[in-house]
Write a protein that binds this ligand. Structure first.
Ligand SMILES: [Mn+2]
Length: 332
């Protein structure tokens, strides 16, 4: 993969640009995609931005959400626009398979592909890019990219709102270790672009439905197990649980973090029965590497303190297997 600066000539003249991100997009995925969308559009390019699946409700206020294509509903159109594009940007993922349904179209596309991402161990499938696992968020990297292009003054309110959202959600509201001085300098700069951070926090975090709040109460009482011996916690969500509370896309967002607010708990896992798969999310505090844990046991990966994986076994078998690993490895 060549440094991203070497891709600048591709965008010297107005081009058709295709942007995508990972399946089940979060604030950083949508924020980085829309931030780059607004920037490249303002530069005179013709930009298509495609989300592999539905944008969760808590992000729908973001400027430009109405311009996004949802691959699950507009796959044919997205495929056509991908084929017609001159350049492809991939944001916030490190392996085509993270886009789920767009995996094959991306692999088949012959256009130059540019990666902007902060997950560990990217696949060797991009022509140009920035892969920086130490960065707080892909939004921070899109900000760096715009600066690298010499276009800091083009960062307007729309771009600012999008990038602020992603850096806020990926840093746990500026709490995680990756929240470096460069993050705060970036945020200081964004705040001069006519954005209101209080409104953004409220739009993202204070937009729960009543049933989501009651679902959280149910989960914490009925579905959370604490293993003090291992400083670990497990939350399990069956399909039945989610049907009972009419759980929607995005309603399970952040659930995995709750156990980490218990004193002493440094490793939290969420096991979710979803479709014909069992999905897992892992979070840690301190020096327990959940990216390695996910890679070793659950075909996954991600970041040092935040990762995901899956299991092809049944929901109940996965829970038993997880508990066995816990007692084998004794995470501290
Ligand atoms: Mn991210």
């Amino acid at each position: 993969m060549l440094p991203i600066q070497e891709s600048h000539p591709l965008l010297q003249a107005p081009a058709k640009v295709f942007i995508t991100t990972h399946h089940k997009p979060d604030g950083d995925a949508i924020g980085s995609m829309l931030g780059l969308y607004h920037y490249l559009t303002a530069k005179g390019h013709s930009v298509t931005a495609v989300s592999p699946s539905e944008v969760p409700d808590f992000l729908r206020w973001m400027p430009g959400t109405d311009k996004l294509l949802n691959y699950e509903q507009q796959g044919d159109l997205a495929d056509k626009l991908l084929k017609q594009s001159d350049v492809v940007f991939c944001l916030d993922f490190n392996d085509f398979s993270r886009t789920k349904h767009i995996e094959q179209p991306l692999a088949d596309a012959t256009q130059p592909k540019i990666l902007i991402d902060h997950h560990l161990f990217p696949k060797d499938v991009w022509d140009y890019g920035m892969s920086m696992p130490d960065k707080s968020s892909t939004c921070e990297m899109v900000y760096d990219y715009i600066n690298l292009c010499g276009d800091n003054t083009m960062i307007n309110s729309d771009i600012g709102k999008c990038l602020y959202t992603g850096v806020m959600t990926d840093t746990g509201s500026f709490k995680f270790p990756a929240t470096t001085a460069s993050v705060h300098l970036m945020v200081a700069d964004l705040l001069t672009r006519n954005i209101d951070h209080t409104t953004i926090h409220q739009a993202v975090y204070d937009s729960w439905s009543e049933s989501r709040m009651r679902f959280l109460g149910y989960v914490l009482i009925e579905r959370m197990e604490i293993f003090h011996k291992y400083n670990a916690a497990l939350i399990r969500l069956s399909r039945k649980d989610m049907n009972l509370f009419n759980v929607r896309n995005g309603d399970t967002e952040g659930l995995v973090n709750y156990p980490l607010s218990i004193a002493g708990i440094r490793f939290a896992t969420l096991i979710t029965e979803r479709g014909d798969e069992v999905k897992m999310s892992f979070r840690s505090k301190g020096d327990f590497d959940v990216s390695k844990f996910a890679r070793t046991y659950f075909e996954g990966g991600g970041h040092f303190n935040a990762s995901g994986g899956r299991s092809k076994s049944s929901f109940d078998e996965t829970i038993l297997y997880f508990k066995k690993i816990l007692s084998d490895i004794h995470p501290q």
